[in-house]
Ligand binder design. Structure first.
Ligand code: CP
Length: 337
């Protein structure tokens, strides 16, 4: 494996194979598998889980990692192609990333959406420009419109819990004080569709996922035998749900307009997931969220602390899922697969 940028680059069978490797590494640790290998981690945005789980994953496989947070102890890096660099950034990623890649065996990059121009972000303009100058194996640690590591861990969580392939999976919008990116909802709707689930995206008006994201998920569903639809009818969406996955995201009708977005969401404070949301769901309906989460804004304490919540398992699964990716990418013979 040379690149892990998008679950859509892999067949359903290849992902199940990767998850089998994740389970094998959980049961039979391989503390020397990546001895002598080095992973460079570049974080343009904050992280708790992605940062720590990749560092720990490398350590548990016998390798090492280094972390760069541009502008914090290192030069600030410019990411925009063609930028006139008379501002804070002292160095461009076109120089900086190849340097870092030359020191490492693989690189991971986190670079969120700029959040100004939906077309620019949907095209993954910045991430593609960065990946084009990296000649080593590359991992997407969350880009403008994708978070494949989270999606892989979430798929593993669904398998661990033996959630049936055709179960009803509801991705619901949740409130947040600020605009947040589309990367996780885009990756999640695609993951559940690729797994073959009945996927329902529940969101208020103004927060519909872009057609590009929905069409990609529908193509995955067509191949797996699943389905994907959107609604703003909460009662109908939750009826019979086996999994409710909450995520906050910014308005797509007011993309790049924080005032318009804030005005829209001011009337949506009831989009905080509460226990009474689950009255029409299957009795053992699970609750998922990728974290971090704003308690009692996006999700109520009673849900996060209750028996249906699997958010800790999801976060833990980042580790074995990513260890499988690292193993495929960096172990002897892994690069050929
Ligand atoms: N879910 C997730 O990616 O968490 P972090 O932002 O903390 O890495």
């Amino acid at each position: 494996m040379k690149r892990f940028l998008d679950l859509a680059d892999f067949s359903r069978e290849e992902i199940l194979d990767l998850l089998a490797l994740a389970r094998r590494l959980e049961e039979h640790p391989e503390p020397r598998a990546l001895a002598g290998k080095i992973l460079g981690l570049v974080f343009f945005n904050p992280s708790l889980r992605t940062l720590s789980s990749f560092q720990v994953g490398m350590m548990r496989l016998g390798g090492q990692s280094f972390v760069i947070t541009p502008g914090q102890g290192t030069w600030q890096l410019e990411t925009r192609t063609g930028a006139i660099m008379n501002g804070a950034a002292a160095e461009h990623v076109r120089e900086g990333l190849p340097v870092l890649a030359s020191y490492a065996d693989a690189l991971g990059i986190r670079a969120f959406a700029e959040g100004k121009d939906l077309r620019h972000d949907l095209a993954e303009t910045n991430f593609k420009a960065m990946s084009s100058v990296v000649d080593k194996p590359l991992i997407n640690l969350e880009s403008a419109m994708n978070h494949p590591c989270q999606a892989l861990a979430d798929w593993k969580t669904l398998e661990d819990l033996r959630v049936p392939q055709r179960a009803k999976f509801v991705l619901t919008w949740a409130n947040h004080p600020r605009v947040t990116p589309l990367a996780v909802p885009a990756a999640t709707v695609h993951m559940a569709a690729q797994r073959g689930m009945e996927v329902v995206v529940l969101r208020p008006e103004g927060f519909a996922l872009p057609p590009e994201i929905m069409d990609k998920a529908r193509a995955a569903a067509a191949a797996s035998g699943g389905s994907v639809r959107e609604t703003n009818d909460r009662s109908e969406a939750l009826n019979g749900a086996h999994v409710v996955y909450a995520k906050e995201w910014g308005s797509t009708t007011h993309y790049g307009d924080s005032v318009g977005d804030a005005t829209l969401r001011a009337g949506l404070t009831d989009w905080c997931v509460r226990e009474n949301w689950f009255s029409k769901s299957a009795s053992d309906c699970k609750f998922m969220h990728c974290l971090p989460v704003r308690r009692n804004v996006a999700v109520a304490d009673e849900v996060l602390d209750g028996p249906r919540s699997v958010v800790q398992r999801e976060a833990h699964n980042r580790l074995p899922a990513q260890m499988a990716v690292l193993h495929r990418m960096l172990s002897n013979g892994g690069a050929e697969r």
